[in-house]
Design a protein around this ligand. Structure first.
Ligand code: GLV
Ligand code: GLV
Length: 338
């Protein structure tokens, strides 16, 4: 009998061709719409599946694993983050987990640079001003839309994995003064020379003593850590109160690492200068009247960190390859340790 594989999105190009080419060996059941996959559809169709290819919006939990059944061998997530996956449940059932942590590093690091500059240089506010027809009343002025300069900034990284390190590499030519990082990945020491940074950098790259020091010293705070119980609301009122008034915070990781209410207050009270967010708590359910959208100094984009054409094609292809590897017991492009 053919193995059954569930795919919770329509894929494209090479990835779809790889799937279609296996139609003789595999029964591929694919969510038919462009919208996120319905949970009820997934639970219903998962029954009897050997592999499931999921998006970050699909929760992989005991309920789904039970619905699939004991023949399930592999989950392949089209993402770097795996906080939507109950890893413990996979481990106890000997189900392998594939993900795409390497191919999206450059795309997300690029977006991080965009958000830093948007936050420091008031990109969102500037665009709104022009679009709202306010420019004639606010002509060029020496102090119009002035913000802090990136040169000379101390940049603090909460989480110092691949994306953070690739961001640091991009920041070096801007003339930043110093990099501070905080990492909690157990058993995964930070390799400062992973990207040849130590050789390239004529600046200090130091491990922070804690979140307090990082908050106090940084002009730019970059949230790039995984979402775990210990990083949830890591950036909250206490953290904002320690930040410099001209500092900005950027989140390219997961929304709940920043306490949104605390961020709104920090912006209202001018405790910090601005924010650049690719992710936010409760996304995508942010209504037009949400207080964060009333903050002129907050730029929020809709979780597009890895959204380059090249990277999304690569993520799709790697996810399909991870499913195939999971079915046959071969090596995945990237397999998560459970
Ligand atoms: C995006 O956030 C991802 O985890 O790939
Ligand atoms: C994760 O990115 C970490 O370095 O903590």
């Amino acid at each position: 009998a053919r193995s059954k594989v569930i795919v919770t999105r329509q894929l494209f190009d090479e990835a779809q061709r790889l799937l279609d080419a296996k139609k003789d060996e595999l029964e591929v059941v694919q969510w038919p719409s462009e919208k996120p996959c319905d949970r009820s559809w997934l639970l219903e169709h998962a029954k009897g599946a050997t592999g499931i290819l999921v998006m970050l919006s699909d929760k992989v939990d005991e309920e789904l694993l039970d619905a699939a059944g004991s023949q399930l061998k592999v989950i392949a997530s089209f993402s770097v983050g795996t906080d939507h996956v109950d890893r413990g449940a996979l481990k106890s059932r000997n189900i392998r987990l594939g993900y795409t942590p390497t191919c999206l590093t450059d795309a997300v690091a690029d977006l991080t640079i965009m958000l830093i500059l948007m936050a420091q240089r008031r990109g969102g506010e500037s665009i709104s001003m022009v679009r709202n027809g306010e420019w004639p009343q606010k002509p060029w002025h020496p102090l119009l839309m002035t913000g802090p300069q990136i040169r000379g900034s101390t940049v603090g990284f909460l989480g110092f994995g691949r994306i953070a390190q690739a961001t640091l590499k991009r920041l070096l030519p801007f003339g930043i003064k110093k990099a501070l990082y905080l990492t909690s990945t157990p058993g995964k020491p930070v390799k400062e020379d992973h990207f040849g940074l130590v050789q390239e950098a004529a600046i200090p790259i130091e491990s922070a003593t804690g979140a307090d020091q990082l908050a106090k010293e940084s002009d730019v705070v970059i949230v790039g850590c995984a979402l775990t119980p210990s990083t949830k609301h890591l950036v909250s009122t206490d953290f904002f109160n320690k930040m410099k008034k001209l500092a900005v915070v950027v989140n390219i990781a997961r929304g709940p690492v920043i306490d949104t209410d605390a961020l709104v207050r920090a912006l209202d009270e001018e405790q910090i200068f601005g924010a650049g967010l690719d992710v936010i708590e409760n996304e995508p359910n942010i209504q037009a009247d949400h207080p964060i959208l009333k903050q002129p100094r907050c730029v929020l984009v809709p979780h597009i960190g890895s959204a380059t054409i090249e990277t999304r094609e690569q993520m799709a292809t790697e996810s399909v390859k991870n499913v195939f590897a999971g079915l046959t017991g071969a090596a995945m492009v990237n397999e998560a340790e459970l």
